[in-house]
Design a protein around this ligand. Structure first.
Ligand code: NAD
Length: 246
């Protein structure tokens, strides 16, 4: 289904990014695994991609650093020959109540979660324009739609990602570059493992499907969005949240 396609997934050494990398590889894609610091984990994912039959590359780069990202995109394009799919997945949280939130906590989250999407999209779009085709999926969050106390920085960034998705979808449609977003709800990963069992239990009544999501639930929708089955979908944000936000 994705045979011969070349993908770059940011923040792919664990969690949702890892699941997306493996899902795309399982459908025939070659995958470049971007990571921030944990090379050993990124290598493990690369090995798993190769076991599934795809080619894999691991590349360390801070998604918010334009020169590192340009270099990364150059390397992927050189090794794979083209770049057909970008998944902007890398993200961080620095939760705090507004009155306690430090400027640095705000800046770090906006830089990684929003500026990172801009920097990676711009670098990859240059290549996709030459190819006259491309698929981009941004990993937002349902809190970017609903808001969440204690996460003003994260919510502002994710709402920004949803707006950025719509603008770039309109701007790049004439170039045959499709841009969509997914908005996960409560997904079990290292990011959410910080919460206590009690906090997780408290979430359940808010989820109509009464269960937490898995990284694979997100990866399945991303695979659909980058496939030929989604050729007429652009600028959309698909909620993967068990019905939390309607
Ligand atoms: P995670 O913390 O397990 O993974 C995030 C990955 O991003 C890590 O591998 C990390 O090293 C990488 N990363 C962080 N900063 C980076 C940088 N500057 N450059 C490159 N890589 C960087 O979290 P996750 O739950 O897998 O989150 C993946 C995405 O899904 C994030 O964008 C997150 O905001 C979003 N999301 C997660 C949930 C959830 O419930 N887990 C819900 C909604 C949205």
């Amino acid at each position: 289904m994705l045979n011969g396609k070349n993908a770059l997934v940011t923040g792919a050494s664990r969690g949702i990014g890892r699941a997306i990398a493996l899902e795309l590889a399982g459908k025939g894609a070659n995958v470049a695994i971007n990571y921030a610091g944990n090379e050993a984990k990124a290598q493990e994912v690369a090995q798993e991609v190769e076991n599934l039959g795809g080619r894999a590359l691991t590349i360390q780069a801070d998604v918010a650093d334009e020169s590192e990202v340009k270099e990364m995109v150059k390397q992927v394009t050189k090794e794979f020959g083209s770049l057909d799919i970008l998944i902007n997945n890398a993200g961080i949280t620095r939760d705090n109540l507004l009155m306690r939130m430090k400027e640095d906590e705000f800046d770090q989250v906006i830089n990684t979660n929003l500026k990172g999407v801009f920097v990676c999209t711009k670098a990859v779009t240059r290549q996709m324009m030459k190819q006259k085709a491309g698929k981009i999926v941004n990993v937002a969050s349902i809190v970017g739609v609903s808001g969440n106390p204690g996460q003003a920085n994260y919510v502002a960034a994710k709402a920004g990602v949803i707006g950025f998705t719509k603008s770039t979808a309109k701007e790049l449609a004439s170039r045959n570059i499709l841009v969509n977003a997914v908005a996960p709800g409560f997904i079990t990963t290292d990011m959410t493992d910080k919460l206590s069992e009690d906090q997780k239990e408290e979430m359940l009544p808010m989820i109509p499907l009464r269960r937490l999501g898995t990284p694979q639930n997100v990866a399945d929708v991303v695979r659909f969005l980058v496939s030929d089955d989604a050729e007429y979908i652009t600028g959309q944000t698909i909620h993967i949240d068990g019905g939390m936000v309607m």
